[in-house]
Design a protein around this ligand. Structure first.
Ligand code: ADP
Length: 483
């Protein structure tokens, strides 16, 4: 097998910094790729959490003035990940969320912060670190979107480039004047085949326009984003570039998400011990102050609280939950309005509805292990990871039929498939309510429910095969660039 060297560029990497699914992917993919002969190193910004984890890292390069202040490139390793870290304190030494201030506003210099990351990615692509000269630079999301752009405009021999979209809704839009300030040709800011996007510039658009290949995280999302609505302004570009666009489903790290060994759950269990889930259900009910009712249909939600995730629709479906004797355990954070409304629902219906506002990795595991069904009613969902964890933990997924949700959950009503859950569409409160009622009915048919759970547990949600698709893409790209 021809070895391939790939530089991944990501603004968050699990287990060091995570705000969502991108971190999970960036953290798990390098390990899974090793089996496919791909040597991957990941470049990320030196946020305080990163610097803490990289005590032993070595300095590869130092600049007295990197985008307005001193900077260094470090090479190190953490938890099996080989990392390059861009340590530029005036850009990254800020506590909390990587993208927003304590007040929840975008940092005003985000354009410069992530241009700096992409600039060094391109330089590594050109051979800045002789010990690691990549064949391919793989940029994740808008924060890395300028890496293919710098490589394109540098006008020098360069590695192949891949741009991966984890969420079309985040496009990295800035004023056109920024282009000159971050060392890109000013003309590119006004070029529809360059950075230009509705009168401004967009880092994501730049990456999609100028990378050799584009991927996104499920085949259905790859189709959806070619429409005007799903493309969020970039549908036309993606239709034009459809021949280099593909969808590769995400996997999950099956050693982190393993109900046989999970340190965060009350009782560990395997496929032949599903009855032990009841102990996790009791622990979850106890922890969240839900009534200790073993036969109540307990729904779990683990999610960012944003319009995308459709959780306002679930509030509208509350009469079904309450009328049918179901319980709800929600863990999430995000929009203040949704946080307030869920907390109000929990106060109004103690013992039936529980809402934990915050980010809690351990509780997320217990919800997967203890709830009967996991609900993901997203309006759009590039891939979605929580339903994959749910399949592995015997929590039957109830999901909207969009994006990666449609690709990973087979509806119990469809003939001929090994059903793993319940799907509904279009995404309306009525259709969500109907899906909840269908699921609740099925829940009380124990053998049928167990069949759903077992089909879920038998589903391959690991990275093994999906990593192979990335490896094939990198090789294909190398061959076509050489040819
Ligand atoms: P997105 O990236 O759009 O937020 P995904 O489903 O792709 O959605 O990934 C979300 C990841 O973040 C999952 O691993 C999920 O378990 C985790 N997660 C989301 N919200 C929380 C939370 N409040 N507490 C703990 N984990 C969370």
């Amino acid at each position: 097998m021809m070895p391939v060297r790939v530089l991944a560029v990501a603004s968050e990497v699990y287990p060091i910094v995570k705000t969502g699914g991108l971190a999970d992917v960036a953290g798990a993919l390098p390990m899974a790729l090793k089996a496919h002969g791909v040597e991957m190193r990941t470049l990320m910004p030196g946020y305080p959490d990163v610097m803490r984890h990289l005590a032993g890292a070595g300095e590869v390069r130092r600049w007295p003035d990197y985008f307005g202040g001193p900077g260094r490139l470090l090479a190190g390793a953490h938890d099996g990940l080989d990392l390059f870290v861009l340590d530029v304190p005036h850009l990254y030494a800020r506590p909390g969320n990587p993208y927003v201030t304590a007040e929840g506003l975008d940092w005003p210099d985000n354009g410069v912060r992530f241009a700096a990351l992409s600039r060094v990615a391109a330089d590594i692509g050109h051979g800045l670190v002789p010990a690691f000269v990549p064949d391919v630079v793989h940029a994740h999301d808008w924060q890395a979107g300028l890496a293919p752009a710098y490589l394109h405009y540098d006008n020098a021999p360069r590695p192949g480039t891949v741009m991966t979209i984890h969420n079309m809704a985040y496009q990295g839009k800035f004023a056109p004047e920024l282009a000159g300030a971050i060392g890109l040709p000013r003309d590119a800011a006004f070029d529809v085949h360059g950075l230009e996007f509705f009168g401004g510039i967009s880092f994501l658009k730049a990456g999609l326009q100028l990378a050799d290949r584009i991927t996104t995280v499920s085949p259905t999302y790859a189709r959806e984003i070619q429409s005007d609505e799903g493309g969020m302004g970039l549908g036309g570009l993606l239709r034009e570039r459809a021949n280099v666009l593909s969808g590769i489903l995400n996997g999950i790290d099956v050693s982190v998400w393993n109900p046989r060994t999970d340190p965060h759950i009350a009782y560990r269990f395997g496929a032949d011990e599903l009855s032990f889930r009841s102990a996790n259900k009791a622990a979850l009910q106890h922890r969240l102050g839900l009534d200790p009712r073993p036969h109540a249909f307990l729904l779990g939600v683990i999610s960012r609280l944003s319009w995308q995730k459709g959780l306002d629709l679930l509030l509208e479906a509350m009469p079904v939950i309450l009328g049918d004797g179901m319980q709800l355990a929600l863990l999430g954070s995000g929009d203040a309005d949704l946080q307030d409304r869920y907390q109000a629902a929990a106060r109004a219906h103690p013992g039936r509805i529980a809402a934990v506002i915050g980010y809690d990795e351990a509780l997320a595991h217990l919800i997967q292990a203890g709830s009967d069904a996991l609900l993901v009613p997203s309006r759009f969902e590039p891939c979605g990871l929580t339903q994959l964890c749910a399949l592995r933990y015997g929590a039957v997924p109830i999901v909207s039929r969009v994006g990666g949700l449609a690709d990973t959950v087979d509806d119990a009503g469809e003939a001929g498939s090994a059903a793993t859950g319940f799907t509904f569409g279009p995404v309306t409160p009525e259709n969500l309510s109907a899906a909840l009622e269908r699921a609740s009915f099925a829940f009380h048919d124990k053998p049928a429910w167990r069949a759903l759970q077992l089909a879920g547990l038998a589903t391959d949600v690991s990275w093994r095969n999906r990593a192979g698709e990335y490896a094939a893409l990198y090789r294909d790209l190398m061959v076509s660039r050489r040819g």
